[in-house]
Write a protein that binds this ligand. Structure first.
Ligand SMILES: *Cc1c(COP(=O)(O)O)cnc(C)c1O
Length: 349
């Protein structure tokens, strides 16, 4: 149980607390009878599959996710990618030109971009040499205006998961929102923190269909939190933020039993093969352990190796400018054929 006192009411921005949310036609009438005549939303009445506004609360999709993730639908909010979800979290809790967030570089770039867009300060506490959170230094960095602590686990671009003891300590000691970005959790042996939501009222977990679930193109991000936090985020989200095609495609793919599981299995098998092949590439000096569908490796000269691969038609990510990642590149695990091309090319340059 959380030991320190945490009061969500003190964290929500006053403007958001006072907000009267937009009420859409589909919010105000929520019957689901097919026999209804809908003349309330100024839609074009001729059927083409998308002539009607989508369900603003994504009921059917949330139902499926609720079963897959074993969590109540009232604890789920969906967004146009997790990037929208993250932006909603900023706008709910951070007062522009006053509040700050804490991030742990090297990490996902969107947290600081969103902070900059929203005029929110950024406190950086670098990860340790083994890319773990430095708990005491993080807690020392906290001030009265620190509203959100972002923990990305497994972390991008390093690939490792954060120690669960460290995460638990931060959840207990930090009185703001702890947002755990679990974009890569399905590739990891670690259990998701969504199982611990009832214990920690300050916990928000984000996930996505973009990685393990193979649907980066439809843009669907998930946010799991207390019913209270979800209702605050719901009050500020654009009414129809998840479009009809996205909802339909997600439902269709998620209904294929075992699909994601077998693809994840294959990707993890390929990751093992890829790592063992990388060990014999002469200019790779370090392969970092990965709980994700990518591997961070240290090379002799990241810019040179990046350019050489580009010339051979292979695009990787150069992460050398990230703190602690000098001369590191990030390699996504591809199909067996793609990985073979990568390995053969690395061995020939
Ligand atoms: C890829 C990724 C996401 C996914 O963002 P979407 O907007 O859902 O595609 C989120 N967080 C991290 C750390 C990522 O690497």
């Amino acid at each position: 149980m959380k030991t320190t006192k945490f009061n969500i009411e003190n964290l929500i921005r006053p403007t958001i607390k006072a907000l009267k949310p937009y009420s859409s036609a589909r919010d105000e009438f929520q019957g689901n009878s097919d026999a209804m005549v809908f003349l309330d939303a100024n839609e074009n009445p001729f059927e083409n599959g998308v002539n009607r506004y989508p369900d603003p609360q994504q009921g059917s999709l949330k139902q499926i996710l609720s079963e897959i993730k074993n969590i109540d639908t009232k604890n789920i909010l969906l967004g146009n990618g997790s990037d929208e979800v993250l932006d909603l979290i900023f706008r709910a809790f951070c007062e522009p030109n006053k509040d700050n967030i804490i991030i742990l570089p090297p990490t996902y770039g969107m947290y600081s971009v969103l902070a900059n867009i929203n005029a929110i300060g950024i406190k950086k506490v670098q990860l340790s040499n083994s890319f773990q959170p430095q708990v005491e230094a993080i807690l020392d960095a906290v001030d009265d205006h620190s509203k959100i602590l972002f923990l990305c686990s497994p972390n991008n671009p390093t690939g490792n998961s954060f120690s669960s003891q460290s995460i638990e300590k931060l959840l207990n000691k930090f009185n703001g929102i702890v947002a755990i970005d679990e974009a890569y959790i399905d590739f990891s042996e670690e259990t998701s923190w969504i199982d611990r939501l009832e214990e920690f009222p300050n916990l928000i977990v984000t996930q996505t269909l973009s990685k393990a679930y193979g649907m980066a193109g439809i843009r669907l991000g998930m946010c799991y939190a207390s019913a209270k936090i979800i209702s605050v985020l719901n009050s500020i989200k654009p009414p129809y933020n998840v479009n009809e095609l996205t909802q339909q495609k997600a439902i269709q793919q998620l209904s294929i039993k075992g699909l994601a599981k077998s693809q994840i299995h294959n990707i993890l098998k390929e990751r093992t093969n890829l790592i063992s092949e990388l060990e014999s590439v002469s200019f790779i000096s370090k392969i970092y352990p990965s709980d994700a569908n990518f591997v961070l490796v240290k090379v002799d000269d990241a810019a040179k190796r990046y350019d050489q691969l580009i010339n051979k038609g292979i695009v990787i990510r150069n992460r050398t400018t990230q703190p602690g990642c000098e001369n590191c590149v990030r390699l996504t695990v591809g199909t067996p054929e793609e990985n073979k091309i990568l390995i053969n090319t690395l061995k020939s340059i």
